[in-house]
Design a protein around this ligand. Sequence first.
Ligand code: COA
Length: 255
Amino acid sequence: METNYKHITVKVKKRIAVLGFNRPDQLNAMNRKMMDEIIAAIGAINGNDQAQVGLIRGEGRAFMAGADIKEYASQTPEEFKAFQDCGIELYEALENAPKPWVAAVNGYALGGGFEIALACDMILASDTAKMGLPEVFLSLVPGGGGTQRLVQKVGINRAKEMLFLGGQYSAQKLYDWGIVNQVVAQDRFDEEVLKFAEKLTRRSPSAIKELKRLAQLSLSPIPFDEKIEEEGKTVSKLFHGADAKKAIQNFTNKS
Ligand code: COA
């Protein structure tokens, strides 16, 4: 796997691919080069059979403090549009991935950083993390799906509060609101996050791939009975597959 990135690191170990944002002196603010690297790395991890789970984290005191505002200042309208379009590609690559992606938020996750976390399947956050969408302070709105995914995940009134006020929210608050899956003590962060990812590696990848697709399908506007029909087709397909046959056989042998 490509390891020659400038602003990120990628390591695959024990079937967990760890994608690390690595511009700590700039709080991992995402410039265009970094965004291109992240998209390439997500694609490579999604296609790598050695990686069963993707884990994203940031080096230093931030997960990611959002898009690089200094780079924004020099972008032409075309460059800005291209940046936003690539952002959409990035978030969708996580959401539509055939494997689970976990955001391990260790510090600031603001703007695009928080949008990356929102596009992941789950968020684990340290008890010192701060998350939010501060674009309102720049007289902007989020451009990476933040307005839409936040409403889906937290409900419209809480989403509006976060969006209108642009505040920084603690992990505990967002856990209470149902966006953060687990709050982890900062001094046990690396250990606990890996433990969680390892647990995911012990689950069937073929089942998780379908579970993720079906969970996403629940958010689509197609009729409910079509969603249930799709679930039915999927369980039948898996039932006749080799993995389920083996797991069911193992269970009956043990009983
Ligand atoms: N874009 C570009 N540079 C950023 C950045 C961003 N989104 N966020 C932080 N940085 C840079 C700072 O400019 C500073 O660089 P410098 O040392 O070269 O001056 C460095 O990262 C450290 O940030 P600093 O602001 O000094 O740290 P802090 O602890 O005082 O504040 C934040 C931390 C996250 C509250 C503050 O950096 C911030 O508000 N960042 C912008 C967040 C944002 O609006 N994101 C959405 C963008 S659309």
